[in-house]
Structure formats: C-alpha cells, structure tokens
Design a protein around this ligand. Sequence first.
Ligand code: GDP
Ligand code: GDP
Length: 460
Amino acid sequence: MTFTLAIVGRPNVGKSTLFNRLVGKRLALVDDQPGVTRDLREGAARLGDLRFTVIDTAGLEDATDESLQGRMRKLTERAVDMADICLFLIDARAGVTPLDETLAEILRKRSAHVILAANKAEGAAADVGVNEAYGLGLGEPIRLSAEHGEGLNDLYSQLMPLSDAFEERAKSETPEVDVALDEDDEDEDTYRRPTTARPLQVAVVGRPNAGKSTLINKILGEDRLLTGPEPGITRDAISLQIDWDGLPVRIFDTAGMRKKARVQEKLEKLSVSDGLRAVKFAEVVVVLLDAEIPFEQQDLRIADLAEREGRAVVVAVNKWDIEPEKQEKLRHLRESFERLLPQLRGAPLVTVSAKTGKGLDRLRDAVEKAYEVWNRRVTTAQLNRWLTGMLEQHPPPAPGGKRIKMRYMTQAKTRPPGFVVMCSHPDKLPESYSRYLVNGLRTDFDMPGTPIRLYMRSQS
Ligand code: GDP
Ligand code: GDP
C-alpha cells in the first residue's frame, strides 16, 4: 500500500457507496458487523493499477450525544491526521451546504492533499452543485457518480501523480522535520504550512550537462557527495532529503537516475520520462539552463510541461562563472525568456554557478518564495474589490452589442492559485481579456513564479 486515502464528507453524500466501489470484494477486510458502532472503516482499495488503503468516515453518524457539526468536525480531523490524501465528497444534487463549508475549512487548514469531488453528478441536475463546489477553495471538483462508477478516471488521474510521490517517499524515508503550525495564524493572506509539515518537493530538471548533478552535490555539501568513480557507488536514492539552509527540501534527483540509466544503456528512453516524473513529483521545478546554450528545445518543453502541470517554476542559469559579458547576457536572457516562455511570465530568473556555489543562496530564496506564492490564498473581499477596479479600468468587450458582465470572483484553489469568475457569456470572452486579468493578478498580488488558473463560469 503506497498511501492512505480518507473519504470525508457530511452524511449521505455517498461516502460508503464510493468506499464499497473502491474496495469491491475485498470488503472481507472490513469490520462491518451490524449493530457494532464503528467509526472509521478501513479497506484495501484498487483503482486501475493503484493499490492503496481507503478509510471511510461514514458510520459514526448514529452516535447521538453530540451535535452533527461537532461530530463531523472531530471525525474529519481524525481522518485527516490518519490519511495522506483526503477525498472530500459533496452531493452535487444538494449543492454546497454550510456543513460542507465547515468541513472544507478544516481540510484547507489541516490537509496537505485534498481532492474535491462532486458526487451524484450523473446528469445535468448536478451542474449547479458542481459549480458551487468551486467556491470551496479546494480546486476544480471531479464530477463523480459513485453509484454508477462515473468519474473514476478523473479520480485516478489526480491520485496517480500523488501515488508516485508517496512511493518515492516510502523508498527514501528519513525522519521528517516537524514544523509547528502557528495556531494564531488566521490571516487569510499568508500561506500556512500544513500541520504534517513535509519537506518542500523540488525537482531540478534540464538538458544533459546543464549541471544538475553538480548543483545538487553543491547543495548537499561536498562531504556528502554520493557519486563517485568507483562502480557500485551510483546512488540508488532518486530523492534526497536535505536541509537547505533551514529549508527542509526533498530534491528529486533526475541526474542520479540518468547516470544509473546510462549504465543500463537506456539513456534516451529514460531521460524523457525522468523529466515527466520529476515534474509530477515536484512542487517547485527548478529549470536549470546552461548559460552557453540556454532555451534549447528540451528546456522549453520541460518548462512548458511544468507550467501545464501547475508547478511553481524557478529558472536558474548555470555556469555563470565562465560568462564573460554578464550584464549584456542577462538582458538577452530576459528577452528570450519573455519571448519563448510567455506562459511563465514573471517566473524568477536566477544566475548561479553550481561549481563555485555563487548565487545558490538566491536560488534557495527564489524556491522558497515560489512555493509560498504557489500556496497563497487571496480573500474573496480583496478579489472583488480588485475585480471592480480592473473592470472600470478596462471594461470587457460587448460582442454583438451585449456587454459581458462579471459579477463575482473567488479563489477556488491553491497549488497553483486558481480563480473562478462568474461571467455572462464566458464563451464569448476573448483570450486577451483573461490574460489581462491573469497579468493583473500576478502584479497586483505579487505572485511571481507560479502558474495562475482562471476559470470563467456562466452565472445561472
Ligand atoms: P454516506 O452517508 O456519505 O456514506 O452516503 P451513502 O453512500 O450511504 O449514500 C447515500 C445515498 O446516496 C444512498 O441512497 C446512495 O444510494 C446514494 N448515492 C450514492 N452515490 C450516488 C450517486 O453517484 N448518484 C446518486 N444518484 N445517488 C448516489
Ligand atoms: P548534468 O548532466 O546536468 O547532471 O551535468 P553535470 O553536473 O554532470 O555537469 C556537466 C558538466 O558541466 C561537468 O563537466 C561540470 O563540471 C560542468 N559544470 C557544472 N556546473 C558548472 C558551473 O557552474 N560552471 C562551470 N564552469 N562548469 C560547470
């Protein structure tokens, strides 16, 4: 079992139905005798090729000595603390209820990984509920029908990369640093480290010879150099946990993997999937460029992938020590960056020398900042004040004489930040207007280095 998934949600949203579907015949593992007051049921789940433990929180509901709200709160907190990932179900037919909102808040605060699903979503009757679910601040909801088995592919797609990451974690487990949650930190605008503080997951990607191994070894410290000329020293660990000047980081080491692969003469095949896996694993992707040959096809592809996967991105230009015309070169790099990777506009560009160590402190700070921005949450009040200003400054177009109206905006998710705008005729809104809003968000709320998602929803 690679990870534990808890199904949480208020009574009657379909938790048991989904649990049974995931566990199937293997229900024998479950203590399910009638009359026994059970609280958390646990079973061995299977979804495609994924194997994991699933916890169902249904069942406590017949206890009567406390308010439903209080019981749900406690139960959800327990499930979060036991599980690696929470699958939060709402009933798409019933829409979002106050109890759903209470549970969503617990999950936002306590759980590192939450997947939101709107269940009972078969048929059009569910559309309104699905739309409402965006407002929970937990990302784009999966449309699920536990009863009819629909939407399980989408669930699989969301679990798969997480499963990979947990597998890596299990392989190279070292004691983790505990970072205490500041209980007083109620400021909506600052990001909160999850209670179960994990190291920040970083991948260093780039073309062969960009200097990835040198960089990782430099960060690790020379004395902990793990590679060597002797055979057999090729390191097995493909992720390494380190303390990077006080920042707990797990670095996904594609270079180590590649060198291992070279031995097996599978270089070409592996180097492509390396990059993919590294990006999926990472929260922050460091795209390492060789100053001599920056922005090659391979660099552009991986940077674009990182953006599409919604990862925070920091671009580092390596071998700066041997660059003769630093000022001129930097200007040139910035220009190429804007032109070739407009989708990553605003991502930090840091010059480093993996060899001498120069610039690595700035790289560390850029990684930390990108992660912080990636997790950032902006309040709905702030957003709507901001939206009003943006609309006044530059009103949306009026195709066919009917002005497109935008009434309301809220942040639907973090990691990366995603925003929903309620809009009349979203299909008629030109791409340029969405870009205007995204660029505005980036500047006005200081969000460099992170993809920003904007979802236009029609108001019904
Ligand atoms: P729990 O209390 O959250 O565990 O919810 P249950 O799994 O007991 O389901 C509550 C009710 O919703 C039952 O009558 C289920 O048959 C029904 N239900 C569960 N999933 C779906 C679904 O996908 N679509 C529809 N229409 N009904 C569902
Ligand atoms: P990888 O394939 O991306 O892991 O790259 P390596 O770390 O193996 O480095 C490739 C080559 O570039 C090696 O010869 C390194 O010594 C050299 N190199 C790496 N970083 C720097 C740097 O900052 N400055 C200079 N001058 N050379 C570097």
